[in-house]
Design a protein around this ligand. Structure first.
Ligand code: UD1
Length: 421
């Protein structure tokens, strides 16, 4: 397994491009299952999770063509299987997203249950409740969800018990071709949910309330082919901003979407960074100062994203002062704490709160990635550790960060990928 070897202490300074958003690309690629014609999706990030999605669609018999710069052409009319196997679902939980579109368009789907994962239990009860409300019959058999409906799904009012991103997306995709109107209340407002809804509308769906907690979906008979460009990745952008902030550096991000990052950009201002934004760019300048410690409280959008918690925790480890980082979305999302401690970080965890006492720098060591964003926090911490830090199990990083070592090197970091045992 490959490792990333980082020699810490370099102040980052430079310009990079933000990739397309993983969490928007996955549902959009999967939602092409609903479309009756060829679709071209641009700005797709080159990531392991995208490869897994292509493998999943390919395993169903769907035609996929990869053009230059990860522009994907997909025609789902060649579908032969309505099945998502355990092997692929356990690799990538987002595979559960095939349930809604398969039911909506073909009236049947067999999808493996995802099971637990490193950051918590993550049940899918809300997805299933939504499908049943739309008229699907669901059976659980041998670890699989078997769902079917006679004829078309029927529009209904659905109130989600909690804000769930993929739950909202799954129900939305199921409702698009249903008969009549569906109302999804307590819907997730994450920009990636909006991007999926905008994609579906571009293909002929009738969704309103996009960006609010109530989505209204007027069912249509069919979606037509077309083209769409995936939104920029706000989590990747935030991760590189954090890398620059904790090394007391400067960064300009191009192809970014600052309007999707208000809560995160406010935190960077609190840290002491000078933030400037344009329509599609963000600049952060620490002007060589040590960041100030900031309290973090994760919440659904527009609150501070749980997917940026680990990166800010790493930043707080090398900040001036003491901070509390409170994780409210996932029950076990502090796996990076033990690894950060190996680099000399001073962190205590009580329940869902991590208290961090900052220091000027950490000390390099061998650490291990446990999940996607945790692995990013270890890379960030390595940038501000004296000597060498080796981050193992970086397949987690590759699930969500395109060319991380190239992008960080471009900013002046000393980082290389080494084949591990
Ligand atoms: C998505 C993102 C992930 C992000 C998370 C929260 C994708 C592919 N992944 O994950 O990067 O960290 O949103 O912003 O977009 N829950 C239930 N029952 C359900 C569904 C969810 O109890 O049926 C709970 C979860 O356990 C969790 C909370 O709801 O505690 C929010 O999870 P959810 O928004 O569903 O996360 P994902 O969509 O899996």
């Amino acid at each position: 397994m490959d490792k990333l070897i980082i020699t810490g202490g370099n102040r980052l300074d430079g310009e990079i491009k933000v990739s397309g958003a993983k969490n928007a690309a996955l549902p959009i690629l999967i939602s092409t299952l609903l479309v009756d014609g060829p679709v071209t999706i641009r700005n797709v990030p080159n990531l392991h999770d995208v490869t897994t999605t292509m493998e999943l669609l390919g395993s169903m018999g769907i035609d996929l063509l990869v053009h230059e710069c990860m522009s994907l052409e997909i025609d789902s009319r060649t579908i032969k299987q309505f099945f998502a196997p355990y092997d692929l679902v356990k690799k990538m939980r987002a595979s559960i997203l095939v349930l809604g579109p398969l039911l909506g368009r073909y009236g049947k789907a067999t999808v493996s249950l995802p099971g637990g994962c490193a950051i918590g239990v993550r049940p899918v009860d809300q997805h299933l409740k939504g499908m049943e409300a739309l008229g699907a019959k669901i059976n659980m058999q041998n670890g699989y969800i078997e769902a079917y409906v006679d004829g078309r799904l029927k529009g209904a009012e659905i109130v989600n018990d909690m804000v769930t991103v993929t739950g909202t997306e799954n129900i939305l995709m199921a409702a698009v071709l249903a008969e009549g109107t569906s109302v999804i209340k307590n819907a997730a407002r994450e920009p990636e949910v909006c991007d999926l809804a905008n994609f579906l509308n571009t293909m002929g769906a009738k969704i309103s309330g996009i960006g609010t907690d109530t989505l209204v979906v007027e069912g249509v008979e069919r979606l037509h082919g077309g083209e769409y460009r995936v939104m920029p990745d706000r989590i990747e952008a935030g991760t590189y901003l954090a890398a620059a902030a904790l090394t007391r550096g400067r960064i300009k991000l191009k192809n970014a979407a600052p309007e999707t990052m208000t809560a995160v950009l406010e935190k960077f201002t609190e840290v002491g960074a000078k933030i400037t934004t344009g329509d599609d760019w963000i600049e952060l300048d620490m002007e060589h100062r040590q960041p100030k410690a900031v309290d973090i409280y994760t919440a659904p959008y527009p609150g501070f994203p749980t997917d940026m918690q680990a990166q800010f925790l790493a930043l707080n480890c090398v900040a001036d002062g003491t901070s509390n980082v409170v994780e409210n979305i996932f029950e076990n999302r502090f796996m990076h704490v033990q690894e950060l401690k190996r680099l000399g970080a001073d962190i205590e965890v009580h329940g869902n709160t991590a208290t961090v006492i900052g220091k000027p720098s950490l000390v390099g060591a061998e650490v291990m990635a446990t999940d996607l964003r945790a692995s990013a926090s270890l890379v960030l911490a390595g940038l501000m550790s004296q000597g060498e830090t080796s981050v193992g199990r970086i397949y987690h990083v590759d699930r969500g960060y395109e060319c991380i070592e190239e992008k960080l090197s471009q900013l002046g970091a000393k980082i290389l990928r080494a084949p591990g045992k």
